[in-house]
Design a protein around this ligand. Structure first.
Ligand code: IPM
Ligand code: MG
Length: 381
């Protein structure tokens, strides 16, 4: 056999394995249990993960908010806050696991998670803890709200969180030195469930329009399927308009004042969702201001959209980190576990603090600490 034939054969063998694995994933989705109904659950266990860098600082304040808001429910045993240790960079490096087994086992004993940011080292082989958690817990919906009332912006993004460009992102194929290929995966059930989540949200929240964002003119198979399946799901929601948008013009329209306020709900494959939600968060005031929910049928994880800010720790100003984004995540967590009145209370307190601006966090020594801001927030409850 020539060298070239051998290279092709070995690439084909690797590809065959990927196809087989993805078909198993399809089978697993078909038999996955139905979503939890928190209104029917006696007790809800909320796991709390500190994370790295500024994580422990802002998570401590988020925990204080939860303890204050939910004091009655914690006292009568309806809610339990469960600290989960070990999702630190040191432990992940030592174990060589993005999500160490003992941490994952503990995570599986709770219903929902509040998670501080985790650091992903550049290079090396350690996978992002977030990506691993999304995969292991099948957190297929990444939900990111962005609101700028003065600009008429009230958006919510439903980003597919488990497939697309991400699922085989570390499993691409090299054929000699001349050729590299990555793979993008769209499955029928994987698309149907995220589309359903977006349309259900629209229906339950009085929204009338869902923008389906793809590049189906170019990615004909994967994005073509995503758009087709989204429209099939949309057919079950006759009061909601489903519109196709290409991702490039969507990016442009988010900064077009004549068009952007017409968008309501966005439904996007993984990578487009990653990019477009950062753009949207920036319009709201920066990626530090948005909360992010990673939701599956059995588990859900809520986090700040920003990273662990190791530089703030190095400079000794970690205590001045802004906890707003994680508080937004707490608000989403409360809605998810069917406690909307508690979420509204937190939302009202946050809005009051933002309007009054008596205590302001700047991320530096000239501003308040996360703890001082939280004291102020708690005084509004
Ligand atoms: C996000 C982040 C992650 C992603 C990184 C940290 C892996 O950018 O949550 O949007 O790409 O999904
Ligand atoms: Mg991102």
């Amino acid at each position: 056999m020539t060298n070239r034939t051998e290279m092709v054969e070995s690439a084909v063998a690797a590809y065959r394995k990927l196809l087989e694995e993805q078909l198993v994933r399809c089978d697993n989705m078909a038999t996955a249990p139905a979503a939890k109904d928190f209104t029917k659950q006696e007790k809800i266990r909320v796991g709390i993960i500190d994370g790295d860098g500024i994580g422990p600082i802002i998570v401590a304040e988020a925990k204080r908010v939860l303890e204050t808001l939910l004091a009655d429910k914690i006292a009568d045993g309806k809610i339990e806050l469960v600290p989960i240790a070990g999702l630190t960079l040191e432990n992940r490096m030592a174990k060589g696991q993005a999500l160490p087994t003992e941490v994952l086992d503990k995570i599986k004993t709770v219903d929902v998670l509040l998670k501080g940011p985790t650091t992903t080292p550049k290079g090396g082989t350690l996978e992002s803890a977030n990506v691993a958690m999304r995969r292991e817990l099948d957190l297929y919906a990444n939900v990111r709200p962005v609101s700028v009332p003065e600009l008429g912006i009230d958006w919510i993004f439903y980003r597919e969180n488990t497939e697309g460009e991400y699922v085989l992102g570390s499993r691409g194929i090299e054929v000699g030195n001349d050729l590299t290929m990555d793979f993008k995966v769209t499955t029928d059930l994987g698309t149907r469930r995220i589309a359903k989540a977006a349309f259900e949200y629209a229906k339950n929240n009085g929204k009338t329009n869902v923008a389906i964002v793809t590049k189906a003119n170019i990615m004909k198979k994967t994005d073509g399927a995503f758009s087709r399946i989204a429209h099939e799901v949309a057919a079950g929601y006759p009061d909601i308009t489903a519109e196709d948008w290409y991702v490039d013009i969507t990016a442009a329209n988010l900064v077009n004042p004549d068009i952007r306020s017409k968008f309501q709900v966005f439904l996007l494959p993984n990578l487009y969702g990653d990019i477009i939600t950062d753009e949207a968060a920036q319009i709201q005031g920066g990626v530090g201001t948005a909360g992010s929910a990673n939701v599956g049928d059995s588990y859900a994880m809520f986090e700040a959209i920003h990273g662990s800010a190791p530089r703030m720790i190095e400079e000794g100003i970690g205590d001045y980190a802004n906890p707003e984004s994680i508080f937004r995540a707490v608000e989403m967590l409360l809605r998810h576990i069917a406690l909307p009145a508690y979420a509204d209370k937190l939302n009202a307190a946050l809005s009051a603090c933002e309007a009054e601006k008596k205590v302001v966090v700047t991320g530096n020594r000239d501003g308040a600490t996360a703890k001082e801001f939280t004291d102020y927030l708690l005084s509004k409850f």
